[in-house]
Write a protein that binds this ligand. Structure first.
Ligand code: SF4
Length: 558
């Protein structure tokens, strides 16, 4: 089975030490990326840890394909105990970090402890340096990049940075790389902030040897990415705005409506009009990124993508793409997840009857990042403040809802209910076969096995670390088998172990079936949840039996 090579580097920012550990056994079993990070996080973060305390740890990891020249591999994984969901959570980001990270010779970098001074942590193939940077307190993400460039000649592609939001422990603060690419969901940037780590830099020329099998398959994937006429290459995910608004649902005005009368003002065509050049991630010929600019109003950003258009557009009652671009740019600069920030602001707009007030929205983004005034409350996220705002709780396990609406694509709704990451679409991406009529959108009955296969496949996607946009287009089952030189069923079994470890960790923190709940009903939801538990081998209460993970996890019988 293909897996990443390279050591674990543990950086303790409290006592400013670094040590390397051989993790070959873990890599053989969990491949890399999300898999090996989840295994390490499960075994090394205390079950009762405070997500914003020194005992939490955060993991940056590459996979085995970050040394290939195949499209869809320009990504990195980050894992930690989420301050938003209170469970183990992984997020991945594109850009150009992965090749610089791999050059350090490590497959995983673990950040532990808590510094008493704001730090830049420099990781190279020759060691680790800790630099006190109190002068960067409150700096935006591009300001940190500029400073690291002036001091050391480092570029945005060498950096993982937090903005003011991370420093202020906003529960949905992102860790940013390449300035505009986000390890977005779940507040991983707040973990770095709680450790007083302003940025991590990576450079080196010591990538470990990886023997990549079937390089002809890599070439074929790359060729297909380069020659595709897929609309994603022109409009990214934003082409979905109109399609979903017209045929399924586009959550609008804090999820109170399911279509937006101004959708055509924020759809993919409007984004494409503002796109001024092509952009990609490392080695990716699909090149779906969206650098956008409006010269008249002086707004320039990358994106927005579909989810951001929902959160800051329809869900906030805003029908102007430039206003959404501005919200997107502010979140990137300040270091926040655009989905959670937009949805939380939409909750506030609902409580104040202020939908469409773009001046207020832009003011709130700044206030949340700096925890000023009402921003301090909103920085806690919807789950923790909905009662105070007197609005519905549009979240599951602390994670606010993605745009793909489970009220219409019911299997995706089931996924939101049971997923360890809560109401996030990337965990299973079950909405895709439902939109495409591979399975009916209506109903949850009989979908549990299909959902489990999707969750398991996506977990391995995140071990590799592959971009979702390659899956279902170019990277099908047979390509997975060729890339990993393994039977598909055995590949899925790795994903199963990862989902079980995440769930086991959550169970130890008191989470069970009571947390697998939606703010709406779906046909056969209760029996489908039970069917899901049974197929996973969990109890009726949604608990992972210790013996299910005993072979590959420490403290499994707690
Ligand atoms: S498809 Fe787009 S997001 Fe994915 S790796 Fe390629 S350029 Fe990056």
């Amino acid at each position: 089975m293909l897996h990443a090579n390279g050591s674990l580097l543990t950086v303790d920012v409290g006592d400013r030490t670094a040590e390397t550990t051989n993790i070959d056994d873990e890599l053989e079993e969990f491949v890399g990326g999300r898999g090996v990070s989840t295994k390490l996080a499960h075994d090394r973060i205390p079950f009762d840890a405070d997500p914003l305390g020194p005992e939490n740890r955060v993991y940056l990891a590459s996979g085995p394909l970050q040394q290939s020249s195949m499209s869809f591999t320009g990504r990195m994984n980050m894992t930690g105990l989420s301050p938003l969901t209170d469970g183990l959570l992984s997020s991945n980001a594109g850009g150009y970090l992965s090749r610089n990270f791999v050059g350090t010779g490590h497959s995983v970098v673990e950040v532990a402890g808590e510094s008493d001074e704001l730090l830049a942590v420099h990781v190279t193939d020759e060691g680790v340096e800790f630099e006190e940077v109190p002068e960067l307190a409150g700096a935006t993400v591009p300001e940190v990049t500029e400073e690291m460039n002036e001091r050391y000649g480092l570029e945005a592609e060498n950096l993982v940075t937090i903005g003011p939001a991370g420093e202020n422990e906003v529960r949905f603060a992102a860790a940013m790389t390449y300035d505009e690419r986000a390890f977005g969901r779940g507040g991983l940037g707040a973990i770095l902030g709680s450790k007083n780590v302003k940025c991590l830099t990576f450079e080196g020329d010591s990538a470990p040897d990886v023997d990549l099998p079937n390089e002809d398959v890599h070439m074929d994937v790359h060729r297909q990415a380069a020659t595709s006429d897929d609309i994603f290459r022109r409009q990214g995910t934003t082409h979905l705005v109109q399609v979903l608004n017209d045929n399924f649902s586009l959550p609008t005005r804090y999820f109170s409506e399911m279509s937006f009368e101004h959708a055509e003002k924020i759809n993919g065509d409007r984004v494409e009009e503002k796109k001024y050049k092509k952009a990609a991630c490392s080695v990716c010929a699909f090149a779906c990124k969206l650098p956008t600019r409006d010269e008249e109003r002086g707004v320039e950003t990358e994106g927005p993508e579909f989810e951001t258009v929902m959160a800051f557009g329809s869900n906030s009652g805003v029908g102007d793409i430039v206003d959404v671009m501005k919200s997107n740019g502010l979140c990137d600069d300040l270091g926040m997840d655009t989905i959670s920030c937009g949805n939380t602001i939409a909750a506030y707009l609902a409580s104040e009857d202020e939908f469409g007030n773009v001046e207020l929205i832009h003011e709130l983004i700044e206030k949340i990042a700096r925890r000023e005034g009402v921003g301090d409350k909103l920085a806690e996220g919807i789950d923790r403040i909905h009662e105070d705002l007197d609005v519905e709780n549009w979240s599951v396990k602390g994670m606010d809802f993605a745009a793909h609406d489970g009220r219409v694509v019911h299997g995706q709704g089931l996924s939101y209910a049971v997923a360890n990451r809560g109401a996030d679409h990337m965990y299973s991406t079950l909405m895709i076969p439902e939109y495409n009529d591979v399975i009916p959108a209506e109903g949850t009955a009989g979908k549990a096995d299909f959902l489990i296969d999707h969750e398991n496949r996506n977990a391995v996607r995140d071990c590799a670390v592959l971009c979702q946009f390659g899956l279902g287009r170019v990277i099908e089952e047979d390509v997975f088998e060729a890339l990993f030189e393994e039977d598909y069923e055995d590949i899925l079994a790795i994903g199963d172990r990862i989902v079980n470890l995440e769930r086991h960790f959550s169970n130890q923190r008191g989470r069970d079936a009571d947390d697998d709940r939606l703010p709406y009903d779906l046909p056969d939801l209760e029996s489908s949840i039970q069917e899901y538990y049974e197929a996973r081998g969990w109890t009726d209460d949604g608990i992972v039996p210790g013996d299910l993970v005993a072979d590959f996890a420490q403290a499994a019988d707690d």
